[in-house]
Design a protein around this ligand. Structure first.
Ligand code: ADP
Ligand code: MG
Length: 493
């Protein structure tokens, strides 16, 4: 049971100029289930491996609980990891596959004195380990002294100092002592059997891996991690080697597993559906950078940029070239296919408060938020159906709007609302009429692809403070002046 905290974590692989992971900041709560999701190569595995200690971090800090683990060996971090390419020992039974790590390793047991109480004293093992770390870091510092910048050296010195302080404390503070011992057979047996029970593989304990299905083998791999009773459970694409149907079943099982072993989970996947269904919160990554962190509902409802908007949700959100316009009544609208979609009072006010100019937009709307309507609806757009995909309860319509330069869009329409004639018209590639709900729209600045409501303060400047009753010093806050200049620049463009 532990929190996991990453502060300004970077990873540069040797020879690479671009970081694999950049400025990663995240606080994972105790017992939270967090999913890292993003396309292949975006840095998910690297981040997970840094948490596990399998990969050195280039800069930043990682904490498990309140303990900084930058220099802690993987085996001492109290974590367990399940990989995509798990390898079971083919010649061992399921039981022995799960027991193997426990039989081989040594674990801390209270050191008992003749009086039957736990011995208190200086933890020599910890002192030795810390001393080794300090020595190693000092050597590294001296080796790099000629090529590192002053800042980098100062950072290294800071780390060395921290460790020396920890070392002095450990050498001076008596604590309850533990001996590293092999785990008693009975305890191993109990752990293996409990894990097998949780995973529903009790009856296969005597089998060899080759006599198991893919899903059962995956369960054994998870079992090997469960028996260690980790504080943090790390899983790197554990289901991606399974076929689609089995993946669905196992996804359900991971949800159950999470209920049964109530601990902190960090789960990596490239599959947004897995991320949405499993995560308490999901972390969407791209090119080493976090794009957005939030609950599945938050990132679905309010994506922070075009990338997140396109990544989450199937079929993908439609993106339409658009423009922000100010109406004569003071409201704002998004002009889409030559017609204005008037924004709510609340959104208009936010934009007006920040003096947002009329800028080019990308208008985003999900296929399920476009509705079919009658031709005479005043806000209807006309489109010609290119193809349609019948899904049973819904039909996905790919259509090209009747507007110069329009790209095709996808509409997800419930079939129950369609008459047989309307369905036939769609299937035959006829014309449809549709409208788009302002409430379901997402507005992105075309220039930088960021959700305009997410950057009001940063880009368009803070809301002007209400004028004080008594005249104040005639100095405008710097940020505001700067922001107003930015807006003027935008207006000129
Ligand atoms: P993901 O798990 O999201 O697919 P990774 O964390 O494996 O991504 O990789 C992130 C980036 O780091 C990629 O550009 C990848 O090529 C690079 N990378 C990963 N491992 C290494 C390595 N051992 N050496 C050099 N580059 C690596
Ligand atoms: Mg990976």
């Amino acid at each position: 049971m532990a929190t996991v905290t990453l502060k300004n974590v970077y990873k540069y692989y040797e020879k690479n100029e671009i970081p694999a992971v950049a400025d990663f900041n995240l606080e994972i709560k105790d017992k939270e289930f967090v999913v890292f999701v993003g396309p292949s190569g975006c840095g998910k595995s690297t981040t997970l491996r840094m948490i596990a200690g399998l990969e050195e971090i280039t800069a930043g800090e990682i904490y498990i609980g309140s303990r900084k683990v930058n220099e802690v060996e993987p085996k001492d971090r109290d974590i367990a990891m399940v990989f995509q390419n798990y390898a079971l020992y083919p010649h061992m039974t399921v039981y022995n596959n799960m027991a193997f790590g426990l039989k081989m390793g040594k674990f801390p047991y209270p050191k008992m004195g003749p009086d039957g109480k736990q011995v208190i004293g200086i933890d020599e093992r910890k002192v030795r380990t810390l001393q080794g770390q300090v020595n190693r870091m000092e050597k590294e510092r001296n080796r790099l002294a000629i090529i590192q910048s002053q800042d980098e050296l100062a950072e290294m010195d800071k780390n060395i100092n921290e460790l020396q302080m920890e070392l002095r404390k450990a050498a001076a503070t008596p604590v309850p002592l533990f001996d590293m011992k092999h785990m008693p057979k009975a305890e191993i047996d109990k752990r293996v059997k409990d894990a097998a029970q949780i995973l529903g593989i009790t009856e296969y304990l005597g089998r060899k891996p080759k006599a198991l299905s893919g899903g059962q083998r995956q369960r054994v791999a998870i079992g090997r991690a469960i028996v260690r009773n980790p504080k943090v459970f790390l899983m790197d694409e554990p289901l991606s080697n399974l076929d689609a149907k089995l993946r669905n079943t196992m996804r359900g099982e991971i949800l159950l597993l999470r209920k049964k072993i109530n601990t902190t989970f960090i789960y990596v996947t490239h599959d947004q559906i897995e991320a949405m269904t499993l995560g308490d919160r999901i972390v969407i990554m791209r090119d080493g950078f976090i794009q957005q962190v939030g609950t599945p509902q938050e990132v679905f409802d309010d994506p922070t940029n075009l990338f997140v908007a396109g990544f989450i949700g199937t079929p993908q959100m439609n993106f339409i070239d658009s423009r922000l316009v100010k109406l004569s009544n003071g409201k704002y609208a998004a002009e889409v296919y030559g017609k204005n979609i008037v924004l709510s009072d609340e959104k208009s006010k936010m934009l007006a408060d920040h003096k947002v100019p009329e800028i080019p937009l990308v208008f985003g709307i999900r296929p399920e938020h476009i509705t079919l309507c009658k031709a005479d609806d005043p806000i209807a757009h006309k489109a010609k159906v290119d193809v349609s995909e019948m899904m049973g309860s819904e039909i996905y319509i790919h259509a090209t709007p009747d507007f110069a330069g329009a790209q095709d869009i996808v509409v997800r329409a419930p079939t129950i609302n369609l008459s047989p004639a309307e369905r036939k018209n769609i299937v035959d590639g006829g014309d449809i009429y549709f409208k788009m709900d302002e409430k379901a729209s997402h507005l992105f600045d075309k220039a930088d692809e960021v959700n305009i409501f997410h950057k009001l303060d940063k880009h368009f400047g803070p809301v002007a403070p209400v004028a004080p009753a008594t005249p104040a010093a005639p100095v405008a806050p710097k940020a505001e002046v700067k922001a107003n200049q930015d807006v003027k620049k935008d207006e000129k463009k």
